[in-house]
Design a protein around this ligand. Structure first.
Ligand SMILES: C[S@@+](CC[C@H](N)C(=O)[O-])C[C@H]1O[C@@H](n2cnc3c(N)ncnc32)[C@H](O)[C@@H]1O
Ligand code: SF4
Length: 426
């Protein structure tokens, strides 16, 4: 393959269904797919094959094959340019010569695309389903498009409404709560998306909302079991692990492979501060139970997927130790939005102090070098926004940043940012 610097396997095998019933090339793509007139392609209105071969999908394939960087994929290329791992690279690694696509078939696929106007006849093998934003938590870094609890929170929703993240277009103009459960309302369309021949389906990635409390996710899993294809399919799921029902575990065990990305953003009080109103003791017990349940299964991978942000930058070492103590890996991701809680707005002295904690223990070198090297995004306005946002959510939830993060408040003050008492929306 000649286009290693631009090619991604995903537009050739994958589609994402986003909350709101719109489609995207993948979860890292900036905007949802539109037709030539700029209308969103919506579930139930457009056939899955037409979405997969929509003009934008064909354009993305064409650019990648020609060695160009498609605009839709800028997040991956930005990450690569700053030395971070990209979804593009990890997907190529996972699928090509891994999850079932030979590298020689990729060359054939490229030739086929050239002679076929970049259309593909088959259905995506890998589908990402966000079936609704139903969620029992309102994590500080999340937004209403992904959490109904944030959507209904009068303060948090002002900071992070449904159309605030990832997309500049009108993809979430419609009221999400009116479209709560796509699966029951659009059963045929979802099945159409999964493909007529379910035997071709290799992986479904569920996020949400919280997949383990969404009836539509369980309906979908049961449908695949009833059609006797679960044994071919890998399920990847991001879950907050607050709600683990034995009947759901029995369902999950029937699939070819299960990858659970547990969203743990810290331990103890830090965990509870970020992932309100979850309780650490309960989640800790759930995770230990999950580990025990799946210990005898070879085909399961459980890992923690914390999102690095100001609120956990001094707790990530403890989380890493917790993960080690129960035998799961810890794969932190970097938060880009909301920009006012990104670690890159912190004064250099605080970032370096956090890096030192990790370096002393030789933990997570990727995180410590990011803390030391990532370009600063600090502005006086962003630091003020961080304090207002924090105070607003504290007041609405009865939490107290100053009590949990005493040292950080002191360091901020020493570096010229005394804590503000103001709120904005609370
Ligand atoms: C939106 S959640 C949905 C699934 C599930 N409710 C959970 O928490 O895992 C999917 C993933 O997005 C992460 N996430 C939330 N807010 C984020 C942000 N601002 N930036 C990056 N990832 C974020 C979560 O931590 C989680 O790992
Ligand atoms: S549990 Fe997941 S979807 Fe719900 S608020 Fe937290 S990150 Fe968002």
């Amino acid at each position: 393959m000649n286009n290693q610097d631009s090619f991604c396997i995903l537009p050739f095998i994958h589609l994402q269904l986003r909350n709101g019933g719109v489609f995207a090339p993948c979860c890292h793509a900036a905007d949802p797919l539109e037709d030539e007139e700029g209308n969103l392609l919506e579930l139930g209105k457009v056939n899955a094959q037409d979405v997969f071969n929509s003009p934008q999908m064909r354009e993305i394939r064409s650019s990648m094959i020609k060695g160009e960087r498609p605009k839709a994929c800028r997040l991956c290329f930005d990450n690569e340019d700053t030395g971070l791992e990209s979804y593009r690279k990890s997907s190529n690694k996972k699928w090509i010569d891994g999850e079932g696509i030979d590298s020689k078939d990729v060359d054939e696929l490229i030739n086929h695309c050239y002679s076929n106007n970049f259309e593909l006849e088959y259905r995506p093998k890998y589908i990402h389903l966000n079936l609704s934003n139903l969620c029992n938590l309102k994590c500080r870094m999340c937004w209403a498009g992904n959490s109904s609890s944030i959507e209904y929170d009068l303060v948090h929703n002002r900071w992070a409404p449904v159309n605030s993240r990832w997309t500049s277009s009108a993809s979430y103009n419609s009221n999400l709560s009116e479209k709560k459960d796509y699966f029951s309302n659009n059963f045929d369309s979802i099945i159409n998306l999964l493909g007529n021949d379910l035997n071709d389906l290799r992986e479904i990635y569920f996020t949400g909302g919280e997949p383990l409390i969404m009836p539509s996710v369980l309906d979908c899993l049961r449908f695949l079991i009833d059609n006797d294809v679960a044994k071919n399919i890998r399920i990847t799921m991001n879950t907050n692990a607050t709600t683990i029902k034995p009947s759901v575990l029995d369902i999950l065990k029937q699939f070819r492979f299960l990858k659970l990305n547990l969203s743990l953003d810290g331990t103890g009080a830090v965990y509870e501060y970020i992932r309100y109103p979850a309780k650490w003791k309960q989640v800790e017990a759930n995770i230990k139970h999950l580990k025990q349940e799946f210990d005898l299964f070879q085909s399961v991978e459980i890992s923690a997927a914390p999102i690095l942000q100001i609120y956990n930058v001094f707790n990530i070492a403890k989380l890493y130790e917790f993960c080690q103590s129960i035998g799961i890996s810890c794969n932190p991701q970097f938060l880009r939005e909301p920009t006012h809680i990104a670690v890159t707005i912190l004064p250099e002295a605080i970032r370096n102090e956090a890096a030192r904690t990790l370096e002393k223990m030789s933990y997570l070198p990727k995180i410590s070098s990011y803390l030391r090297q990532a370009s600063s995004t600090q502005t006086v306005e962003l630091v003020k926004k961080f304090m207002l946002f924090t105070n607003d959510l504290d007041k609405a939830r009865g939490q107290n940043f100053r009590a949990i993060y005493e040292d950080m408040v002191r360091s901020l003050e020493e570096n010229g940012f005394p804590w503000l008492n103001e709120t904005l929306y609370a």
